[in-house]
Design a protein around this ligand. Structure first.
Ligand code: GTP
Ligand code: MG
Length: 271
């Protein structure tokens, strides 16, 4: 690509970032579940750093690209976030990073891709704390915008993983049913799309491409279910209204403390 065509492309991405038709998806979840790999797979390009060591992603980063492997062309604003790690200090820093990024968003978020590794589907204390933190800080509306994605469902292992996949969707005591129970979410309204995918080798694998298209369809379904209202957060707005960096930091710290102690507060809304 020449220097001038690079500039034209970057200008186009900046324009598409402001376009209300552009899908906005943010990958969130625990450390090392495959968030960055998933967004790379969606873009069909290596945009975000990935790695097997713990905590590869340290900053919130967004890239605008066409959603790959679709018959038509639709742009997506892909927002990668550092994994939460159940450490109050570290998670505070991560949330502050998210705020820094979200303040620049022209439109709200179409869907949160809540990412898990299929090999680790326990809804343990750590995972529960993470989900409670999201709910407490982002509000119960957060759940309306959730698409659940399980990574590491590689084609060659799919038979061996079938039991895990059944355990996720079991209507009585599966992973989704447990989330519903713990967060007191009505079975009638909390019906998130659940996608099992591999993020590996997507250029060559029709298997992975099929699942990435399913994620796209799940995001479109999420948009429809929310009547095309995007997720936004008053909490972010309140933070940005605080003029001094120090006061902002105190406010964020206190909000997270309050969130831990009172998991029922709801501070976000839809646009
Ligand atoms: N086999 C396989 N490996 C995967 C898959 N998705 C991610 N990985 C691997 O899992 C490791 C972690 O992936 P990342 O995408 O960096 O995970 P992350 O959630 O962004 O990690 P943090 O930024 O540290 O929170 C990398 O070695 C990836 O190659 C998958 O679907 N299949
Ligand atoms: Mg990452």
């Amino acid at each position: 690509m020449t220097y001038s065509s690079t500039i034209v492309t970057e200008t186009n991405f900046a324009i598409q970032a402001k376009n209300p038709e552009t899908i906005v998806v943010s990958a969130v979840g625990a450390v090392g579940t495959g968030k960055s790999s998933l967004l790379n797979a969606i873009a069909g390009a290596h945009l975000f750093a990935t790695g097997s060591s713990t905590a590869t992603t340290h900053t919130v980063q967004g890239e605008v690209r066409p959603w790959a492997f679709l018959p038509g062309k639709r742009y997506a604003h892909l927002i990668d976030t550092p994994g939460l790690c159940d450490s109050a200090g570290q998670d505070r820093h991560i949330i502050a990073e998210m705020v820094r990024y979200f303040k620049s968003l022209a439109n709200g978020v179409s869907a949160f891709l809540l990412v898990f590794n299929i090999n680790d589907i326990r809804l343990d204390g750590y995972t529960q704390s993470m989900l409670r933190l999201f709910e407490a800080l982002l509000g119960r509306h957060f759940w309306d915008f959730v698409v659940i994605v399980f990574t590491h469902v590689d084609e060659e292992n799919v038979d061996a993983l079938e039991e895990h996949m059944d355990a996720v969707v079991d209507p009585a005591d599966g992973f989704i049913a447990e989330i519903r129970r713990i967060h007191n979410l009505p079975a009638r309204t909390f019906v998130p799309s659940v996608i099992f995918t591999s993020t590996q080798n997507v250029r060559m694998s029709s298997y992975a491409q099929k699942h990435l298209k399913e994620i796209y369809n799940a995001v479109v379904l999420c948009e429809t279910r929310n009547s095309h209202h995007r997720f936004t957060c008053n909490w972010f707005r309140r933070i940005m209204a605080i003029p001094s960096e120090d006061e902002r930091s105190v406010f964020i710290t206190n909000s997270i403390k309050d969130a831990w102690t009172s998991m029922t507060s709801s501070v976000c809304s839809t646009q």
